[in-house]
Design a protein. Structure first.
Lengths: 301, 111
């Protein structure tokens, strides 16, 4: 994908809540976007009629004219290439996403917003506009002629060390992910037992942080899955609940083979957790140097 | 003290200003939604869900320095199995008031 310069890109942020508008405007403004704000669907349509924008971030849940109605009216006069519209909402059902996309939305961001995702999504829809190609063609050209499929990692040694962060609170998940990234990991986040199990079965991770109290104490279930896989990946258990820790202690008999590191209580000591993650990373690198053939480091036995 | 602002400073020291602001803004959005969900729950039939939400709020609020909110959430988690509707309503009001004050300060940090 070609990188689009964000200079002079005009972004319209539409949201009835001032704090939300300011947060988005600031995040994109910091990346060089020129931003404008509208506090209602009607105000947004007026601005779009009077001024030229390159992309719109459009909240769905607004009093009066909601984002879906605004989207319909935008699409009556602007194509999805001429004016990309990214929907923003706390709604996460597949039906809502499908409806917005069917009506011509270019993308969909759920709240709480991950700004790096929002920025990447906006960039991806600006690129085809600048290049004069459709988003589909642009996506295909970025996939290395591999029959439209993403390229698979063939050399484990070339991949970054992977950290899986399992926590059902998005803010904590993001926080730990960022600490992991600062320690040199590529972080993936899982916010449910199901997602964590699917990811763990699909891919090897080099370190896992696990909130014991996800859903109904299902962090223990994640440990059982890891034990079944005879996984030796270092696991950092995080919990704000002593009862969860007692459950862990009771269950630990069947999980002795797991590589459980010192657990962390909540509130998390940021510096200590980053140091621990950096220590794991250092060990992985040392292991890689001393056992080059092992390549993929820790993982299922 | 509603908010321990040293938490934000510590986070900036670890992950940088922009990432700290992003993380705090996610926390604000997540907590706004969580407080709305509390209002939709009934202490007659949703006790498990109340306990679960209170546990989550206790952890996240504590982690982002909202000590009073965290403490109120801890109490709600502890009482979730037996709390009556009047007390639940009063607890929610206290939580909302405490969070509203703290939120203002957190939004300033995150912007």
């Amino acid at each position: 994908m070609s990188v689009v310069s964000s200079h002079q890109v005009r972004l319209l942020v539409v949201d009835d809540i001032e704090d939300n508008r300011n947060l988005l405007s600031r995040a994109f403004g910091n990346r060089g976007f020129q931003t404008a704000q509208a506090d209602s669907g009607k105000a947004a349509l007026t601005l779009i009629e009077q001024q030229s924008f390159d992309v719109v971030l459009l909240d769905i849940m607004m009093p009066g004219m909601d984002g879906i109605e605004v989207l319909k009216r935008i699409r009556a006069t602007h194509s999805s290439i001429r004016l990309p519209v990214i929907m923003v909402s706390g709604r996460i059902s597949g039906m809502d996403i499908k409806l917005a996309l069917d009506l011509g939305a270019n993308g969909y961001i759920t709240k709480p917003i991950d700004f790096s995702v929002a920025f990447a999504l906006v960039q991806s829809h600006l690129a085809p506009k600048r290049d004069g190609v459709t988003p589909v063609a642009q996506n295909q050209s970025s996939r290395d002629g591999n029959g439209g499929l993403p390229r698979l990692d063939t050399a484990a040694a070339q991949r970054p060390d992977r950290l899986l962060v399992i926590d059902d609170d998005a803010s904590i998940c993001t926080l730990i992910g960022k600490l992991g990234e600062k320690a040199g990991f590529a972080a993936t986040r899982a916010v449910s037992l199901e997602e964590a199990t699917r990811l763990l079965r699909a891919q090897r991770y080099d370190c896992v942080t696990l909130d014991l109290f996800i859903g109904k104490n299902s962090g223990i279930q994640v440990l059982k899955v890891l034990a079944e896989m005879a996984c030796t990946t270092p696991i950092i258990v995080i919990s704000g609940s002593m009862s969860s820790m007692r459950d862990l202690a009771a269950a630990i008999g069947n999980m002795l083979q797991l590589n459980l590191l010192q657990p962390f209580p909540k509130p998390i000591d940021f510096a200590k957790l980053r140091t621990t993650l950096a220590g794991v990373k250092e060990k992985l690198e040392l292991q890689r140097h001393t056992e080059p053939a092992a390549g993929d480091a820790v993982s299922p036995r | 003290m509603d908010v321990d602002t040293t938490v934000f400073d510590n986070l900036v020291a670890e992950i940088g200003l922009e990432d700290a602001q992003q993380t705090f803004s996610i926390f604000i959005s997540e907590t706004d939604d969580r407080l709305k969900r509390f209002r939709q729950l009934s202490c007659d039939k949703d006790r498990d869900a109340i306990k679960q939400e209170a546990h989550g709020l206790k952890g996240t609020a504590g982690n982002f320095g909202l000590r009073q909110v965290s403490e109120l959430a801890r109490k709600l988690e502890q009482d979730a199995a037996t709390i009556m509707s009047g007390a639940y309503e009063a607890t929610l009001r206290s939580l909302e008031t405490s969070y509203a004050t703290a939120r203002e300060r957190v939004v300033k940090l995150a912007t």
